[in-house]
Every structure is written in C-alpha cells, then in structure tokens.
Design a protein around this ligand. Structure first.
Ligand code: DHB
Length: 509
C-alpha cells in the first residue's frame, strides 16, 4: 500500500474515533526523530528516523534483531514509493541496524525520495550469554532469517510506512550480496516458515520486488569447485601452489563440469550453456565489459589478454568526439571510475572505431590474480583440508558453541581422512537454506521479478561462474535481470549509483 492510502486510512480512522491497530510488531508512527544528511553535492536531505525497532517478538539477540526506517520529508512524487532495504552484512558476520550514509545507496535513496530500511542481523560472530555459557546466535541460516523477518515487518506495517512494501529493493555486497540474493530467491518459501514462526516474525509475506546483489559470495557448496575450475590454469604460474594444493585444486576442478551441466542453463541465444562452451561465454562477457570501458574512454593495456582492432593503432589522444573524457563528456556506465580514466589522461583508443576482438582468458585471469592474490584451495570450505583455520563460511556454518564446521562433503572427507564421510542431514539442510540457486524455479518460492547483479571484472573473491550462473538461472526462470561484470572493479559494492538508480526507476515507472 502506498502513502496516499495510508493517509486516507488514518483520516478515516480519526473520523470514526478509532485508534490505529497496535501490537508488539506494529510501528509507532509518532516515535521518530528528525534528521538530515549532507550529500556529496552539498544538498541536505531531511528525513524522519524510526530507529531501534525490534522486528521479532522472541528476541534472542537485542544487539542485532532491530531495524531502522528512514522516511524522507520529501517523498518521491510517484504513486508507490519504493523501499530500499540495505544490509551491511560482510564476511557473514553480524551487522547492526545502521544510519543512512551519503556515500552509498541509502543516502542516494533518501535524496531520490525513497524510504530506506537498514535491518540488523545476527552473524557468525554474534554471541549472548545464556546460563553462564556463551552462545553463538548467528549461525546459518539465522542471519538470513533475521532479514526475512525484517521484510515481514515492513509488509506487516505497510499501512503505517509511507513506502510501498510491494516495492522492496534489497541491496547488499559480498556476503551481503548473497543475503540480498537469498531474500530475492526465497520469498515465502515454506522451508523457512517454522523458524520464522519460532522467532515471532510478523505474520506477513516475505517476498521482495527486486534484489540488488553486488559480488554475491554465494552458491557456497559449489564455490570451491567453481574457483578451481576457473583459476586452476594459474596453479603453477602466478598462484605458486605447492604439490598438495595442486592436488586439491585438481580434485575440486574435476567436479565442476558435472555441476555446470547439471544446471541445465540456456544462453541468451537459446543454446545450452555447458562446461564445454562456458569459458567462451565468459570471454564474451568480459570482452563486452572491456568494450564498454573503451567506449567510455578507458585505456586497456595490451598486456592483460585482450586483442583489439585499432583503426589507427596506438594513436595517442584519438578519442572522439568531444575531446578528453571528463571535459564536458561525463563517463557513464560501469567504466565510470576506472582509475586510468580522467582529464589529462587521454585514452589511446578511437571510441568510434576501435573494438575488442579477442581475449586470452588465462592471461586475463593471471592479471586478475596479479592485482589481488587468489585464495588457496579450497577457497571457501577451508577448515582442516590444507589449513586448520576456518574461513568466514566455516564459521557461519559452525555450531552454537562457536565451533566452525565443514559444509561440503569434499572438505569434510579430506579433514577426516574418510572418503565415505557425509555431512549430517542437519548440515545439509542448513547449506540448502543458504543457497539461492535452490529456490529459483521452485514452485513454492516467490522469486523477485527484478534483479541487478554486479561482479567486478577484477574481483577474485569468488569465481565468475557464481554470479553468471545466478544471473542466467534467473533469466531462464523469466526474471528481469540486469547483469554486468563492470570493468576494472575489485570486490566492492554500491558503486555507480547513477546506473543503479536509473535501473531502479525503470523497474517502478
Ligand atoms: C566476504 C568476502 C569473501 O571473500 C568471503 O569469502 C566471504 C565474505 C565479504 O566481503 O563479505
């Protein structure tokens, strides 16, 4: 329901002498403070702040199970005002409900006249003391359950919040991008219902309208094999792996083709995406990213694997039309803030006629690995395979006593030295609940109709296969997906907000 309906409902209730429905999970519309935010351009955005609101009745961890809602004084002049729900989850750790920031999508959303919600959520490091014992409260899938409960709260209070809970955009980066993808994919899925009921989540739907996912660290139970299948070509080169590491890398890599083929993905041209043609498809995506960057005036060195058709090869300053970018011709799209770009740094390429003709993928991957050293195998389910120390993922799949755990049969078997070892059914269930890929196309999950997925072209935190598979699976399920591997981007999020908010507007207008 939008703002106008809310106002009309309140007028009607006042006329009848009725009071608004109250209850433990109802927003008190009178309890707010007035705040302002100074944006980078100097504009001051005024808003009402509703902060520290519990979104479940059975609160286990009051430090995290609250949300903040920010309502701009000047709402967007449209019938239905969207709600941006931004999670700051990183590293699968706990995250508090935060204030909006002028530096990210929260500030920009308020400036646009959109409502903002920042929920807290439990995570791998959140603890309480129960009966004198430390209890880890945020083991998977608890952080996700918190965020789903926050969505339910927004919908349950739709009549009191001047934003449309049928237009919730979730947004997060990395592990937060994974959470955003999970929120987008698992709407109303019955698997979560018993947990949410136990937590005392509001009795409302938890599907969302759109998921914005920056570099989602997801598909965790396949991410190790996807990493080695892609980056294994560098094992004896820039990666400098030892013999044991190469053995693990090879074993993992060998599992990947069957997984890719099991997804049954279809490329935009209608043909199957298989392990045999996958690398060519990925090359196409990276070439597209590079080509866009060239068009925007970025310089791409010859040394990183791309080949080009250059009308007048290497001619300095041959950019046309409009002179040097940055001087009257603002960059646009995802190449926007590539470091080699800017006034006084005229590109070598002729925008109108130069283009990318090929890519040596292994060479480009070597470049990615030279920017940020690769993870060692296994990249995610590390604990007890070649190192003792747990990864963020091992921690979030740990137990309430804070003991980390394996979440793939592969790593469990290596740790125990038992080739027949298997995850417990309970762990299988938890891993299943934390993977958005399981819910896309599932009849009883309401998958968001709109997706904005970004993974930087030099981001090595997970394999390119992870976001690509997610995007294609969604597209194949009939969802509207805006996907890109933005040029020169490392592991990061909420960049190029013009691009993001331009897209948001296309989905709501
Ligand atoms: C994050 C990054 C990682 O490389 C990872 O494995 C898990 C989480 C993060 O930045 O949230």
């Amino acid at each position: 329901m939008g703002y106008r309906t809310t106002a009309a409902a309140l007028v009607l209730m006042a006329a009848c002498g009725a009071t608004a429905q109250t209850g433990p999970l109802r927003l008190n519309p009178d309890k707010f403070t007035r705040q302002t935010l100074e944006m980078p351009d100097g504009e001051r955005v005024a808003f009402k702040a509703y902060e520290g609101i519990p979104y479940v009745t059975n609160i286990e961890d009051s430090a995290y199970q609250t949300l903040n809602i920010y309502v701009p004084e000047k709402l967007a002049g449209i019938r239905s005002v969207p709600i941006l729900m931004r999670t700051y989850v990183g590293g699968y750790a706990a995250s508090t409900a935060k204030a909006p920031s002028p530096a990210d999508a929260t500030g920009r959303a308020l400036k646009e006249g959109f409502v903002v919600c920042v929920p807290g959520s439990r995570g791998s490091n959140s603890t309480i003391t129960r009966g004198g014992t430390i209890v880890y409260t945020g083991i998977a899938p608890n952080g996700l359950l918190d965020l789903k409960a926050a969505v339910r709260y927004l919908r349950y209070n739709d009549d009191l919040i001047p934003g449309d809970s049928e237009m919730i955009f979730t947004d997060g980066t990395s592990a937060g991008g994974a959470m955003s993808a999970l929120l987008g994919a698992t709407g109303n899925a019955p698997e979560y219902e018993p947990y949410l009921r136990r937590m005392g989540a509001a009795d409302a739907r938890d599907d969302v309208f759109a998921a914005v996912c920056y570099c989602p660290i997801t598909d965790l139970n396949h991410a190790d094999m996807e990493y080695e299948w892609l980056y294994g070509c560098l094992n004896t080169g820039v990666r400098h792996l030892d013999e044991d590491q190469i053995r693990i890398s090879d074993e993992l890599s060998a599992l990947c083709p069957a997984y890719i083929n099991s997804l049954g993905l279809i490329k935009p041209d209608g043909s199957p995406l298989t392990a045999d043609n996958y690398k060519d498809y990925l090359k196409g995506l990276l070439m597209e990213s590079a080509h866009r960057a060239l068009e925007e005036g970025c310089e791409i060195p010859d040394s990183i694997g791309f080949s080009f058709y250059k009308e007048k090869s290497g001619r300095p300053g041959a950019f046309s039309p409009g002179g040097a970018p940055g001087a009257g011709m603002p960059p646009r799209g995802d190449g926007r803030d590539a470091p080699s770009f800017g006034p006084g740094n005229a590109p070598r390429f002729n925008k109108s006629s130069d283009f990318v003709t090929g890519l040596d993928l292994d060479k480009y991957l070597g470049y990615v690995a030279s920017v940020t050293p690769l993870k060692t195998p296994p990249a995610f389910d590390q604990m007890g395979v070649l190192v003792a120390t747990p990864s963020p993922e091992n921690k979030v799949f740990g137990n309430e006593a804070g003991e980390a755990a394996n979440f793939t049969d592969f790593s469990l078997r290596h740790r125990l030295g038992d080739p027949s070892a298997e995850l417990s059914p309970e762990m299988d269930r938890r891993v299943y609940l934390m993977n958005p890929m399981n819910f896309i196309g599932k009849a009883d999950a309401s998958v968001a109709p709109n997706w904005f997925i970004r993974h930087g072209a030099k981001d090595r935190d997970t394999s390119f296969l992870v976001p690509v598979n997610l995007a294609i699976k969604l597209e194949n399920a009939g969802k509207r997906v805006n996907f890109a591997l933005p040029w020169n981007r490392p592991h990061s999020g909420d960049y190029n907000l013009d691009d993001l908010f331009g897209w948001i507007k296309t989905t709501i207008m």
